[in-house]
Design a protein around this ligand. Structure first.
Ligand code: APR
Length: 275
């Protein structure tokens, strides 16, 4: 996409956002690429290079939580996890995260649902945030779903148990085969019910239940704006496609939307359609 084409698409996307009542962002690994965190799929994706973890990961954890905790605390992860963990521990939020925060603070973005566990949205300042696949800096009780910082868990015995309900505690990151925590799923579904414009930012939109969210919005006549460097299964259904990195496209989109929402400064660019 040429620069001029991107600017034109951003103009169209900004108009759709400004005309919408309830904008929700659904984010994936592509948002964190400019922070140095690898994606999972696609040519250089973690799963592509090192293989996807077993879909029985959660079953294996439940069968032997003690061994899982011993490996988790010893940081003796397999190469895929070690690479992902090390990249995240070096990562800082990037312009894409910051643009989402700007739109949230301006009251334009009502909620962000992220599939990323890297904590970068929260560190950037997002507050209207659901981490549907969890947050790797937290642990969670699988009984009552209470979450708290990993450092606060005193691991005298494996697996640690919840002080509130006595349930078993695990890392908050959702494992393959693990149900999405009820609270996160319920909030996400409520936000998607209210959404009339969804920003698909850096996600292949292939993993349920998140992959179903843009389809629900489109079926209700809401608009879908895809921000991705590559085509996805949602490209055909998108009303506008910003074929660029999340950092560049989100910065341009936030700037254009916020220009149109600011009171006129005599600069001539007060709303849409005015040059
Ligand atoms: N800017 C925007 N998009 C990008 C960028 C970038 N700089 N770089 C890559 N992308 C896009 C890719 O084209 C791809 O469509 O980001 C997407 C990443 O897709 P996946 O690797 O499938 O990641 P994601 O969609 O987040 O996967 C969902 O799958 O394995 C699970 O738990 C994992 O949360 C993850 C879920």
């Amino acid at each position: 996409m040429t620069r001029t084409e991107l600017e034109e698409r951003v103009e169209e996307a900004a108009l759709l956002v400004s005309e919408s009542e309830y904008v929700v962002a659904l984010c994936g690994a592509g948002v964190s690429v400019e922070s140095g965190v690898p994606t999972f799929r696609g040519p250089d994706g973690l799963w592509t290079r090192l293989g996807q973890p077993s879909t029985n990961s959660y079953r294996e954890f439940l069968d032997d939580p003690k061994s899982w905790w011993e490996q988790y605390l010893s940081r003796s992860a397999d190469p895929a996890r070690a690479e992902f963990r090390d990249a995240i521990e070096r990562a800082e939020p990037n312009a894409g995260h910051a643009a989402l925060v700007e739109l949230e603070r301006a009251g334009v973005l009502q909620h962000t649902i992220t599939q990323n566990v890297d904590d970068l949205h929260r560190r950037a300042g997002s507050r209207k945030l659901t981490e549907i696949h969890g947050n790797r800096t937290l642990v969670r009780c699988i009984g009552c779903e209470a979450r708290w910082p990993r450092e606060q868990i005193a691991v005298e015995e494996y697996p640690p148990t919840c002080a509130q309900c006595g349930g078993m505690v695990k890392a908050d990151s959702v494992m393959f085969g693990e149900p999405i925590p009820h609270g996160a799923l319920e909030t996400s579904l409520l936000e998607i019910e209210r959404c009339d414009c969804i920003l698909l930012v850096g996600t292949s939109a292939t993993v349920m239940p998140s992959a179903g969210f843009p389809r629900k919005v489109a079926e209700r006549g809401g608009c879908v704006i895809e921000i991705n460097t590559e085509e996805t299964g949602m490209t055909e259904q998108a009303d506008v496609v910003l074929r660029a990195s999340a950092g560049e496209a989100m910065r341009m989109l936030a700037r254009r939307v916020l220009e149109s929402t600011r009171p006129s400064t005599g600069s001539g660019r007060t709303g849409f359609g005015s040059s």
